[in-house]
Design a protein around this ligand. Structure first.
Ligand SMILES: CC(=O)[C@@H](O)[C@H](O)COP(=O)(O)O
Ligand SMILES: NCC(=O)COP(=O)(O)O
Length: 237
């Protein structure tokens, strides 16, 4: 079985737009768990444009499933993760000004750095994962850091899925096999959606977990709007 970890960054984006507490991030996380999701993912960024560092602390007391914190391991992030002690930390090499994550780690170039950071988190009993592109060299490099898992960066799959799913998924199938041979657990995420997730699951072996946020929240709007519009109409009769 592949676990679904719901990324709630977009709930925080919406909340922050008005400065109040609507939607309530903590209630939404609890609801998502009660609907059956097996994990909650957040990706606090240094500018706190969506998830705030305090959200990461508050969620710790509430999340009863797998709690996954993603981010670039700058000092502030490392300190936060060591304080919160989630189930899993996912290291993502994102630039401060990036709109969203746009690349996996170069695990060859940054091997020594990653080894140190991974060890720090493992010493604290936190499972580790490294965000990588679906390339043999990067997967093998990740294995040499001592990480428990990798997360395959799936943007290219999502982008190319419409042009031909067989070709789009091929590098991910291969990377998954290599990860398994290296003894790495396998996660995946970025731009996965209701359209493309089934084919990915069917063609990528040993997939332990996917984290999905942007599309899932958009789909929740599309699929929930009719109900809410009708509730308003009923009140306005
Ligand atoms: C690592 C990854 O692919 C996701 O965490 C993604 O970066 C979501 O972050 P944003 O919600 O800030 O786009
Ligand atoms: N790790 C990927 C993630 O948490 C969600 O990415 P996205 O679905 O918001 O693109």
């Amino acid at each position: 079985m592949t676990k679904l970890s719901v990324n709630i960054n977009k709930i925080a984006t919406l909340r922050n737009a008005r400065g109040g507490n609507m939607p309530d991030l903590l209630k939404t996380a609890a609801d998502i768990e009660s609907f059956g999701a097996q994990g909650i993912t957040i990706h606090p960024r240094p500018d706190e444009r969506h998830i705030r560092y305090q959200d990461a602390r508050d969620l710790k007391a509430l999340v009863t499933t797998e709690y996954n914190i993603e981010g670039n391991p700058v000092k502030q992030f490392i300190d936060l993760v060591l304080e919160v002690r989630p189930t899993q930390v996912t290291l993502v090499p994102d630039a401060v000004d990036a709109i969203t994550s746009n690349a996996g780690w170069d695990t060859v170039k940054h091997k020594d750095f990653l080894k140190d950071v991974i060890q720090t988190f493992k010493n604290a009993g936190i499972r580790t994962s490294i965000f990588v592109d679906a390339e043999a060299k990067m997967v093998e490099g990740a294995a040499e850091t001592g990480t428990d898992r990798i997360e395959l960066y799936t943007e290219s799959y999502a982008k190319d899925y419409g042009k031909g799913p067989e070709k789009a998924v091929m590098p991910f199938t291969e990377a998954a096999k290599i990860a398994y041979q290296c003894g790495l657990g396998l996660n995946a995420g970025h731009d996965l959606s209701l359209d493309n997730i089934k084919y990915f699951k069917e063609n990528v072996p040993h997939l332990l977990e996917v984290s999905i946020g942007h599309a899932l929240i958009c789909e929740a709007l599309y699929l929930g709007l009719e109900n809410v519009v009708n509730m308003y109409l009923n009140k306005l009769k």
